[in-house]
Design a protein around this ligand. Structure first.
Ligand SMILES: O=c1ccn([C@@H]2O[C@H](COP(=O)(O)OP(=O)(O)O)[C@@H](O)[C@H]2O)c(=O)[nH]1
Length: 411
């Protein structure tokens, strides 16, 4: 076996032969990882190429290959055997990215988020079983816990790890870090390293997560709010939560153009919606509809009022692009008030806006409510909207890969 007995070889530390989750300690090694993000609205693959230059430090991320497929796994809840198609398409890309000689020691991992968390357990498990079945057809290394549902706390921590890794803040002596806001279809996450001890003292233990890195322990404030993702919020605002499966039902909202008739899909269901031809339409009425979803439910740590800067991505980014607040390629900084002002413009002139963007009023109003009435951000709180940092996708996936290789450990 060419890979055995060579002290410098990665496989000796990291092949199928020995523990798969000890990290490659030897000098300047290249290694790969395949991380699938099974989100509520899509399935995405990230193939990372790492170089271990300093045996005691974090690896350098040399490259990311990213690709995605819609819809998410949960759309196949009633016929899980069809869920494999999108995975196989993405795995083909993985095979062409990872050199053939590395296939059998390259781990393939899938973590599912809100889409599977919100399904009945039996349906979620059937989908995971299908994923496992597909993975086993491929030449990659499939570790024991290769396929699972990730809990929301880890989702928030890993997104924070990604952003701070990519911005060069993860060092033996952490000085400056960036907080993150992630808005998915099903859930939304906030994570930051508190500046004030009070922030930690004043919250219940389930808002605090500890992890260690370079022999130091850090405490993060983190929370994943389930059913507060942007698609789940639409459903809650329509009053459609819990009446799923009643396909004939039509839901009215003041957040859509008066004469609008349409539908949208989320998870395993389709929701029929219309505007409110006889009643109120527009920003004020819409704001009341969206506000009740977050008000008094989302925590407002005091520290957030002192002008913290957050990195915001996922649907925060996508809807800011849709609203022309930022350029899709460059991203950029906006303030809470920019979302509010644009929401008002769009909602009060709904007929003037692109009918392809019928939900823009609703989605921008929800984001405004989430930031202001949810987190308690001030009008001038700055959000750095980004999709990529140095060409790497802003998502929890990289942090999850870093955790997989034990560069950090969750306590
Ligand atoms: O690497 C990634 C992963 C996700 N996303 C975006 O992030 C959002 C995440 O939604 P998801 O379906 O994952 O929701 P969740 O399951 O977390 O609620 C979507 O806009 C994705 O396009 C992205 O741009 N890059």
């Amino acid at each position: 076996q060419a890979y055995m007995g060579n002290g410098l070889d990665f496989a000796a530390n990291f092949g199928n032969y020995l523990s798969p989750v000890t990290r490659p300690a030897n000098a300047s090694r290249i290694f790969y990882a395949i991380m699938f993000d099974a989100g509520s609205t899509g399935t995405r693959i990230h193939v990372y190429t790492f170089i271990q230059k300093d045996p005691d430090g974090l690896p350098v991320l040399d490259n990311e290959m990213y690709s995605s497929e819609k819809p998410g796994l949960s759309a196949y809840a009633d016929n899980p055997e069809n869920a494999g198609y999108s995975l196989r398409k993405l795995l083909v890309v993985a095979k062409s990215t990872v050199p053939r000689v590395e296939w059998k020691r390259t781990p393939v991992v899938l973590r599912a988020t809100a889409g599977l968390r919100r399904l009945p357990l039996a349906k979620a498990l059937a989908l995971l079983e299908e994923v496992q079945y597909v993975f086993d057809e491929y030449p990659f290394y499939v570790p024991a816990d290769s396929v699972s549902i990730m809990d929301g706390t880890n989702e928030g921590i890993f997104a924070w790890v990604t952003m701070n890794f990519l911005t060069g803040n993860l060092r033996p002596n952490i000085k400056r870090t960036v907080g993150i806001l992630d808005l998915g279809g099903g859930s939304t996450q906030i994570t930051f390293l508190p500046k004030s001890k009070k922030t930690i003292k004043n919250v219940s233990a389930d808002f605090i997560a500890r992890f260690s890195m370079f022999n130091t322990t850090h405490e993060l404030y983190t929370h994943s709010y389930s059913e507060k993702g942007i698609k789940a919020a639409r459903i809650a605002a329509l009053g459609a939560s819990g009446s799923e499966g009643l396909e004939w039902k039509v839901y009215k909202t003041s957040c859509l153009p008066k004469n609008y008739e349409g539908e949208f899909q989320f998870g395993e269901f389709t929701y029929k919606v219309t505007g409110n031809p006889e009643g109120y339409t527009g920003y004020k009425a819409c704001y009341q509809e969206m506000k009740k979803i977050v008000k008094g439910i989302i925590q407002q740590p005091n520290e957030l009022k002192d002008g913290a800067v957050f990195f915001a991505f996922s649907y925060f980014f996508d809807h800011a692009v849709e609203a022309d607040l930022i350029d899709e390629n460059r991203g950029g900084a906006v303030q809470t008030r920019d979302f509010r002002k644009r929401a008002k413009e769009v909602c009060n002139k709904m007929s003037m806006f692109n009918p392809m963007k019928a939900f823009l009023c609703m989605d921008l109003t929800y984001i405004t409510c989430l930031l202001k009435d949810g987190y308690g951000f001030k009008e001038n709180t700055v959000l750095e909207l980004i999709k990529k940092v140095n060409n790497v996708e802003a998502s929890w996936a990289l942090g999850a890969a870093i955790n997989y290789f034990k560069y950090i450990s969750l306590l």
